[in-house]
Write a protein that binds this ligand. Structure first.
Ligand code: HSE
Length: 436
């Protein structure tokens, strides 16, 4: 007897939609062998039905009307890959109300409206798969939510935006300027529709919201995550970082500190020998420290058609298997863990080491003025470089500090930047992987 298929409808035929369709169609037989039942890609909806996505679809599969998928009683799983908040949110809620399971890669939507979506899914006893929303091909949602359930996670350090890592790598290794590196990342299909999401750290913050909620049991708190992007990073800072033995990476950090957790995204200096410092190009990596396992590193492609499509297909297969075994809302137990009581610490209260680049006149007494102010805020200098000598012109003076409180650093820099011997706003970067 022919086994009944699980029917799938995809909404959104962009980069990830095309990757997902290619895997479902090209590996139809292999998937059936592995799962024990067929999965059928019944429809794909997109407003653009003309553009060539490098895949041949049977007649009638590609349609321009998402409602036909949402209201089709034969479709079991709706895969939302259109991105953005509206109408993706309304489509997902409609699918849930119609009793359909949902797979999405939409981190922006989950990070901002996740509670409403998970609540609706729970009430309607359907499942939500979102593996592709964080770190592309790396199965990190499954790891944090399921594989590490017996652990208390102490910290997560991650490079979780492929575009910004691609840009920083190109700037570091090839001396390419920011704009052309971004353009390449867009052409390769890594960047978000609005690339400011990538370079301003917003995409990383969306992903960290999801990870921190699963790992630390804090409500989805996108707005509370301190977010700083890579647009202010100059070739000069990359070069100084290298002279001190560091690389600059856009790092997502979530770590427990007593009853608080630090949850933040910012360009970070990492020692060359730190495992994450060697993660280049579009690759993502997530380094997790937890009590039972110790340290673990997860590494893989964080963006792109096929890597992200692979994560979407893993969710589809998981949910399809659950439908077949009558446990279709299996993941609802753990998608939003109960609140642990941990609070997100304000950025002013974090303690870390810093890199400081002053633009100061090369005159007697300048250094003692700067270091005097730093000292008065309890900030201790670890090492220093001054480059060049230009009488009456500012030169870069670069310092690495010992651990200091952010609040003190901000106040000290605001006083230093008002000195007449300092010609530009001081550049500062946080440092991880050293004494903190
Ligand atoms: N724009 C994202 C990135 C895509 O560059 O990582 C994957 O979420």
């Amino acid at each position: 007897m022919k086994k009944k298929s699980i029917n799938i409808g995809i909404i959104g035929f962009g980069t990830v939609g095309a990757g997902t369709a290619k895997i479902l169609l090209r590996k139809r037989k292999e998937l059936e062998r592995k799962l024990g039942f067929p999965m059928v890609l019944k429809n794909i909806a997109d407003l653009d039905t003309k553009r060539d996505r490098g895949i041949k679809l049977s007649a009638g599969v590609l349609i321009n009307n998402a409602q036909a998928i949402l209201n089709d009683p034969e479709i079991d799983i709706v895969v939302e890959l259109m991105g953005g908040i509206h109408p993706a949110k309304e489509f997902i809620l409609q699918a849930i109300r119609n009793g359909k399971h949902v797979v999405t890669a939409n981190k922006a939507l989950l990070a901002t409206e996740g509670h409403e979506i998970f609540k609706a899914a729970r009430e309607n006893r359907v499942d939500i798969g979102f593996e592709a929303s964080v770190a592309g091909s790396i199965p990190i949602i499954k790891v944090v939510r399921e594989s590490l359930v017996g652990n208390s996670i102490q910290s997560i350090y991650g490079i979780i935006n492929g575009t910004s890592n691609y840009i920083l790598t190109k700037m570091t290794e090839e001396g390419v300027d920011f704009a052309s590196a971004l353009k390449e990342a867009q052409t390769l299909g890594y960047a978000e529709m609005d690339p400011t999401f990538d370079v301003e750290g917003i995409d990383s913050a969306h992903k960290l919201t999801i990870l921190a909620s699963l790992a630390f049991g804090v409500p989805f708190s996108f707005k509370k995550i301190y977010t700083e992007g890579i647009t202010k990073i100059t070739p000069l800072d990359i070069q100084f970082a290298s002279e001190f033995g560091y690389k600059i990476k856009l790092l997502a950090i979530a770590k427990q500190a007593g009853k608080d957790i630090d949850v933040r995204i910012h360009p970070t200096m990492l020692p060359y020998d730190h495992m994450i410092a060697g993660v280049n190009g579009v690759f993502n990596a997530i380094y997790i420290e937890s009590d039972a396992t110790g340290s673990q590193l997860y590494y893989g492609r964080g963006a792109g058609e096929m890597p992200t499509g692979s994560a979407v297909v893993s969710d589809i297969a998981d949910i399809a298997g659950n439908i077949k075994t009558g446990a279709a809302d299996r993941m609802q137990r753990v998608n939003i863990p109960a609140h642990s009581g941990l609070r997100i610490r304000k950025i002013e209260d974090i303690k870390t080491c810093y890199y400081l680049r002053f633009s100061a006149l090369d005159k007697p007494g300048v250094l003692s003025k700067i270091s005097g102010i730093l000292g008065s805020y309890n900030i201790s200098i670890k090492s220093m470089i001054q480059k060049g000598r230009k009488i009456e012109k500012a030169v870069p003076v670069v310092m690495m500090t010992h651990e200091a409180r952010e609040k003190d650093m901000i106040q000290a820099l605001s006083r230093i930047d008002r000195l007449s011997i300092v010609s530009e706003k001081t550049m500062y970067l946080r440092v991880e992987g050293g004494e903190n």
